[in-house]
Ligand binder design. Sequence first.
Ligand code: P6P
Length: 336
Amino acid sequence: MSTPAPVVVSFNNPPAFITLQAHMLAEERRYPGTSGHLSWIVSALAIAAKTIAAKLKNAGIEDVLGDFGSQNVQGERQQKLDVIANHLLIQLLGQREGVAVIGSEENDELLMVEAEAGGGQRFAVLFDPLDGSANLDVGGNVGTIFSIFEVPPGGEQLLQPGRRQVAAGYVLYGSSTIFVLTAGHGVHLFVLDTAVGAFIRVQRDLRIPAVGQIYAVNEANLASFPAGYQHYLAQCRETGFTSRYAGAMVADVHRVLLKGGIFLYPPTAKAPTGKLRLMYEANPMAMIIEQAGGLASTGGGSILDVCPEHLHQRVPVALGSPENVTALLAELVRQA
Ligand code: P6P
């Protein structure tokens, strides 16, 4: 009987079972002289995601729902799970070699982490620990959003434009737990295999559809949107679009990434510079969308080119399929 030919497996022709960890290690091998710290940071984010997912599955049985009884720096009521998720991420990232700075929606200031003796690359990790947490009590989708920058040796310029992110992504806690990641070479999608306890890559180099028929926006604010947004949304309604809005950026952006269309949080009377935060909501989502072939704009320029002034700065957001965002921007110019 002839001996079967050996199965050759390589990064370009990977086996089906690629974990998030294996993927990140291969990504880091693209950069000569890296320290492996970026992979360790993504590993800490994955552990946090698995822990948060487990708590969410038992929410209600475990006493993790409802108000924590305090407000965050945004003046928003903190949910118990906001605080739990935030503490978990800070603890896990604070123990990871290579984390120099931590920034969270839930913390007023940046947290500086003492340097390890070992040296090597150091990073700033910014996150919204539990995006859309108002959905928790009603069993809605929530997520974690993260943004990672390399901190230059001097460490002086901590808040950098989103174009300088080295990695970004989000975790969607939904019917399954989905980890979406880019490290500058495409967008990749992982699903938590609860039997194994690992995130398994299910989609590589995900591309957003060039155009879509879905818009995601809180239409209760329509009257206070600038005219260009109102005209664009009227055109959408007249041309057969459907509206889908979860009230959680991660869920709404994930749908646009997979199905095409546009996600909008325009300036409103209540939030004249937009509601969403640049550093840990708009920037990471913009990197994901642009890496998938989409566009991400403040309505006046690319989100990734905004020079940040402070950690909790807000910006208007319009992101999604290139044809949809381009049509919106043309309407904004027409109505300016
Ligand atoms: P609104 C959740 O509070 C959040 O920060 C985003 O996840 C979401 O897209 C937006 O705010 C929803 O805001 O004003 O429509 O409830």
